[in-house]
Design a protein. Structure first.
Length: 264
């Protein structure tokens, strides 16, 4: 059979035995997988092409057994991002990350003891502002002016035979620096998720990716005792140790760690 013939040769799924359509094949290390069987795999699974037929059969058995765990799951706490939610069952010490909690969706039920690490990662995007001169040429301001936006993501490493991480975004799009309320909400939600999944009551300092204005402040901030932080505008001070917010949770005014009242 020539090359052209092989391209259109009918294939059979090595899992269910069904015929695979022209564009429906998902290659395995030693066989073929139809797209219907592939849909049943964990959404966090990334090693399909390097998996054997036997590997896939074992995972599909796990996924089928997971449905009973979904049915028994009782949501005691829920943290919502734009697309993903973190559901916790504190009575069983389990959690799931999914858009919804249903048997049809079949989100992976994970024990809290399987969490290796969890952190809030903030990626900073910097865009230089420019203007047009009299000749219509694009010019930079002197000194340069920049606008900033931020993207919030949870980096979650898991000890599981089926996947190593469950990274997900809290925000569907980058958030402009002027959207203070949204920034405060995302930071608060991210820190609550980290605290819930790691057992750390104070959450975790966000990991800032970038080197702009707010990025420098975050890197300098770190953990501070409550009395050392005070909002210049309304006088707010945190009641317990924790990461320094970019904006006052009381009035929304920016908190400048370089000029913080009460710090030694």
């Amino acid at each position: 059979m020539g090359l052209f013939g092989k391209m259109f040769e009918k294939k059979v799924c090595d899992i269910c035995g069904g015929e695979i359509g022209l564009l429906g094949n998902r290659k395995l290390d030693d066989g073929n997988l139809c797209k219907e069987c592939a849909k049943k795999l964990s959404p966090w699974f990334e090693e399909r092409r390097h998996s054997t037929v036997e590997d896939i059969k074992r995972q599909l058995a796990y996924r089928e057994a997971n449905k009973a765990k979904v049915q028994a799951f009782r949501v005691t706490r829920e943290f919502a991002g734009d697309s993903y939610h973190v559901f916790l069952d504190d009575t069983k010490g389990q959690f799931a990350v999914a858009s919804n909690m249903s048997v049809e969706n079949n989100p992976d039920i994970v024990d809290l003891s399987q969490v290796v690490s969890c952190k809030l990662e903030v990626t900073e995007n910097r865009h230089e502002e420019t203007y047009k001169d009299k000749e219509g040429n694009t010019k930079s301001y002197t000194p340069p002016r920049y606008t900033y936006s931020y993207h919030y993501k949870i980096k979650l490493r898991i000890n599981s035979p089926w996947f190593d991480d469950m990274d997900f975004s809290l925000s569907s799009f980058s958030v402009d620096e002027h959207e203070r309320r949204k920034i405060m909400e995302l930071e608060n939600t991210g820190n609550q998720i980290v605290a819930a999944l790691t057992g750390n009551p104070y959450g975790q300092k966000p990991q800032m990716m970038g080197s702009g204005m707010y990025g420098q402040q975050s890197q300098m901030g770190g953990y501070q005792q409550g009395p050392g932080i005070r909002c210049d505008k309304c006088g707010w001070t945190p009641s317990e140790p924790g990461p320094i917010p970019k904006f006052c949770p009381n009035c929304g005014d920016p908190i400048d760690v370089n000029d913080m009242n009460g710090m030694a």
